[in-house]
Ligand binder design. Structure first.
Ligand SMILES: [Zn+2]
Length: 566
């Protein structure tokens, strides 16, 4: 049931979710989100642009779509008739609207798809227009924002539509090369060739609440498999859980979230340098003094390092850093809760922060897998480190893990290779990396986040090749030898400083970090600034050379006469 105003616009519309009859103007004010059930109705591209960009900032791209019919396609109607009808119905020349705009003051190039136009399908004109938008981003040195809504490639253009996936992807690759951010916003629905190219190859993938995304549609999957699909299949929340999207954002928050992301990363490689000039000088608060707590031996340090009251990575993100925007997922199937990461600021400078997350309560610890990363966690960290390097953002890692997840599933998903890839990639990452071991630095799981230019360690943290218990079980008779093993392993901060594995000990307040998290946060901030700022001046090539030398010096062999030459 619809009522029509004299102007032709309907006054009322019925919600597709809860069937509530809604006053059209009220719905529009609510950004076409049903106030009753929260259903996000589909938006036409012009409405979407109005909602997302700074008022009056949108400039349409000068390029115009050309109507083509490359293979003379006819179903019950010739393709040109369908095109003409779509143009008449939508008032748009094609299924995408492209231009430049500002979002929260940050300039960007923007392409917004319109599902009303032949199901938002990707044809030669759509592909070309999005490619030109990407080229515009590159020429202007601004980020690219894509809002997708599509059933997939446009079959009426045959294999030429398939080629558009490659064409646009190539333009995205060029933006990666020059270090310009790409963001896609998945809206409902995004499927097929669009999902399998630019919608998911963007640096950051946001899903609007209620969006569904997948390669194959549910109907096809049901037909092929003959099985019922799980509840919530391909929904935004499903995608988040399976590591496919960085975040799910309700329509009301979308503009602000985009503004934050563009501000943090929009200036690309120049961001670090510029923020280095604009940012206030590092604070000169009274330094935290070394804890006077008499630590009798290494075993006591182990217990302090494991104390559930110690600040976690998320605590430091609240206290030491500002403006944390969490990014999720490895894009391969998982989002590991034991590793958190995202964009944040340290004293006004944008950076990427990645760390192990434990928890303070048993429930929290269990939900976070006790800070033991799965392969998905290591791959999420890797993805974020690579992204930071591309965008010219420094990386800070916070290490606090008993070790990598030792489970069966972790082995099945390639735990060893995941750790190996992180270690290798960090050794050549062309951006400054500073690590702080904040609690437990457990074995390979710790090193997977710790191949850094500077490695700092909290006063009562530990860093070790194996847990004292594990070591004791292997090398000592009986399980009670853990304290002796702890002493033998040389796992405390002062010991590791002497060995050159750690560069600096970050002081903890009296007692330990657990007794005064605020003072600890201050000490970490001061240590990070003191170690990070000088690195920002070093060219990437030099940085990588030095980092490799840093880790090269731990070998033990002497040059000498070759054996057996006499
Ligand atoms: Zn509703």
């Amino acid at each position: 049931m619809t009522a029509t105003a004299p102007s032709g616009e309907t006054l009322w519309s019925r919600c597709g979710g809860c069937a509530a009859l809604l006053y059209r103007k009220r719905l529009r004010r609510n950004l076409d989100v049903c106030p009753e059930c929260g259903l996000h109705a589909r938006l036409a591209a012009p409405e979407r642009i109005d909602q997302l960009v700074d008022s009056g900032s949108f400039r349409t791209l000068p390029e115009r779509a050309v109507a083509v019919d490359p293979i003379g396609f006819v179903d019950v109607l010739p393709y040109p008739h369908r095109l003409a009808a779509a143009r008449a119905d939508t008032g748009l020349p094609e299924a995408v609207l492209c231009g430049t705009a500002a979002i929260g003051g940050s300039r960007c190039a923007l392409a917004v798809m319109d599902f009303r136009f032949l199901g938002g399908s990707l044809g030669s004109a759509v592909g070309e227009l999005i490619t030109r938008t990407a080229e515009q981003a590159s020429a202007a040195g601004v980020p690219l924002v894509l809002v997708t809504a599509s059933g997939g490639a446009r079959m009426q253009e045959g294999a030429l539509s398939l080629m558009q996936m490659a064409t646009v992807s190539q333009a995205m690759a060029e933006l990666r090369e020059v270090g310009l951010l790409t963001v896609s916003v998945l809206t409902d629905p995004t499927y097929g060739g669009v999902a399998a190219s630019f919608a998911t190859s963007a640096d950051l993938v946001l899903a609007e609440s209620g969006a569904r995304m997948g390669f194959a549609g549910p109907r096809v999957i049901r037909q092929v498999t003959g099985r019922d699909l799980p509840e919530g299949f391909q929904t935004a929340e499903f995608l988040l859980r399976h590591g496919q999207v960085d975040m799910v954002v309700p329509r009301h928050a979308l503009r602000a979230r985009l503004a934050t992301l563009l501000a943090a990363t929009g200036t690309g490689r120049r961001a670090t340098k510029r923020s280095g000039v604009d940012a206030p000088p590092p604070e000169t608060a009274r330094p935290v003094e070394l804890s006077r707590t008499p630590v009798r031996d290494a075993w006591e340090t182990v217990r302090l390092a494991r104390h559930p009251g110690r600040p976690t990575t998320l605590d430091y993100l609240e206290t030491t850093f500002d403006g944390f925007t969490e990014l999720h997922g490895d894009r391969l199937g998982g989002d590991c809760p034991a590793v958190v990461g995202g964009l944040a600021r340290l004293d006004g400078r944008h950076l990427m922060v990645i760390g192990h997350q434990k928890g303070h309560s048993t429930a929290e610890l269990a939900a976070r897998n006790f800070g033991m990363a799965t392969p998905a966690g290591h791959r999420k960290a890797l993805r974020l480190m690579r992204l930071a390097a591309r965008l010219g953002l420094p990386v800070v890692t916070l290490v606090d893990t008993p070790g990598a997840d030792p489970g069966v599933e972790a082995e099945e998903h390639g735990q060893a290779a995941a750790i190996a890839e992180n270690i290798l990639t960090m050794s050549v990452l062309p951006t400054p990396v500073v690590t702080v071991v904040t609690g437990e630095g457990g074995s390979g799981g710790a090193l997977a986040l710790a191949v850094a230019d500077r490695v700092l360690m909290l006063q009562h943290a530990v860093y070790s090749v194996i847990s004292p218990e594990g070591c004791a079980a292997i090398l000592w008779p009986g399980r009670t030898a853990a304290p002796r093993a702890a002493r033998a392993l040389r796992l405390t901060a002062p010991d590791l400083c002497r060995l050159g594995i750690v560069d600096e000990v970050v002081p903890e307040p009296d007692g330990s970090a657990a007794d005064d998290p605020e003072a600890t946060a201050r000490a970490v901030r001061q240590a990070l600034l003191a170690n990070l700022l000088p690195l920002l001046e070093v060219p990437a090539v030099t940085l990588v050379q030095r980092r490799r030398r840093r880790f090269r010096r731990f070998g033990a062999a002497r040059a000498g006469a070759r054996a057996g030459t006499r």
